[in-house]
Write a protein that binds this ligand. Sequence first.
Ligand SMILES: NC(=O)c1ccc[n+]([C@@H]2O[C@H](COP(=O)([O-])OP(=O)(O)OC[C@H]3O[C@@H](n4cnc5c(N)ncnc54)[C@H](OP(=O)(O)O)[C@@H]3O)[C@@H](O)[C@H]2O)c1
Length: 329
Amino acid sequence: MRVLLTGGTGFIGQHLLRALCAAGHGCRVLARPGSDLTPFTDLTLEVVRGDVTDPASLRGIADGMDVVYHLAAAGHVTAQSPDAYARFRALNVDGTRHLIKACRGSGISRFIHFSSTAAVGTVHHPIIDETTLCQPQTPYQRSKYESEQVVLAAWQQERFPAVILRPCMVYGPGGKGEFLKICRLMARGIFPRVGRGANLTPIVHVRDVVQAASEAATRARPGEVYFIASAQSYPAATIRRHVLAALGLRRPYPYVPLWLALAGAHGLETVARWTGRTPLVTRQNIRSTVADRMFDISKAQRELGYRPSVPLDEGIRETVAWFRREGVL
Ligand SMILES: NC(=O)c1ccc[n+]([C@@H]2O[C@H](COP(=O)([O-])OP(=O)(O)OC[C@H]3O[C@@H](n4cnc5c(N)ncnc54)[C@H](OP(=O)(O)O)[C@@H]3O)[C@@H](O)[C@H]2O)c1
């Protein structure tokens, strides 16, 4: 297969790129002029310099390709300002539109769009599947949801062979996003138990996401959406126990009533608005944590043969060891 990737230099993209090359596929990578490709000198790649926000740079990008993986995106789950929304929209929504336009007529058999469970928003169903109504609220959630609308419209209006994958929080070596932030709070002993519930958290290892994405190239049905999450959501206390064990630390686990956590997050949001910074945590984060959300992955299991298989303790040990080697934890 000949495969084009956007976001191939990112966390998930670099794992996917290596897996595709290892499987013998020919890979073309769209990389921004400043993107660092030095970690990939051992791979045989075709590199095209461009930017998904610059339509002219995308001309002919998918010519000769069979499959496109679109991972390039920006976002921060706690960002809340209108500026953040404008930035996320320009890349996640308009960038997706430009890329689809550039891929039209190229003869690709699949366009695999990386969305996120964030597109669903903070809904209060205990078990969420692909039929659950999306209620995106934050800038990141809205931009991911709107990117899906662009993709689905292309399928509905012109049978553009697009597929949507919605991973939950992804962890693994190479990722310095949400999971690192959580690990830092745990390591400092400032990750509290909020409310009386289990705070079930969906989290998936990057190798499991890559397995799903690889299968999607041939098995996913165009026009369909698939959740790519862990088979179960884990109590926050379980994740914390594995992280602290991997760090060889013991830390207090203070209990914070829900009302107090929400009031604290409200304070952080207010300060963030004054300073123009992104808050460490928002009320939205807390509400989604205490909602004990679980994503039903049976559609991806059935149709893609998705088999999440990295055990949580092993994945966390490996990831924490990588954070340590990188000096970020
Ligand atoms: N990580 C997660 O937990 C998670 C969870 C659910 C869904 N997702 C989705 O999965 C995808 C990949 O996430 P990730 O965490 O791997 O992302 P990431 O590490 O932040 O990487 C983002 C990638 O996008 C590229 N990029 C940024 N702006 C670009 C532009 N204007 N034109 C072309 N490329 C551009 C970056 O290239 P440079 O090297 O130039 O910066 C980088 O390769 C995203 O769509 C994300 O929304 C991620």
